[in-house]
Design a protein around this ligand. Sequence first.
Ligand code: SF4
Length: 138
Amino acid sequence: MSKKPWYDDGLRFRCTGCGNCCTGEPGVVWVSDEELAAIAEFLDEPVGAVRIEHTRQVRGQTSLKEFANGDCTFFDGQTRRCRIYPVRPTQCQTWPFWESNLDSEESWEAVQLECPGAGRGDFFSLEQIEAAAAKIQI
Ligand code: SF4
């Protein structure tokens, strides 16, 4: 029988909308062809144009681009909101329940330093956390 994960009793999370996870340090935000098509439809723009303007290739996969300051290409600096929130990629939807963040209590504590919503707010059961983490390997 495998050992219970440290978050067996569940975790709390509620986004405060601070924007920290969409800004600052550069990183990759993986986006699939299906997700890109949904984003293009939401923006009412041709998918090819969205691909050129908002994505880049990283290690043979597609990632969203960033502005020079590291902010996500879809982050609205004025409202500090995501411009494509209803159709944001799985990577964004499943934050902060990524395997890398759940790896250990220390990893989760590091997440809490950046994300004021991690560890507070809505309760997520072990099953919910694992279902989110299984959607994408990060
Ligand atoms: S860092 Fe956390 S609280 Fe801030 S916008 Fe991202 S998910 Fe929400």
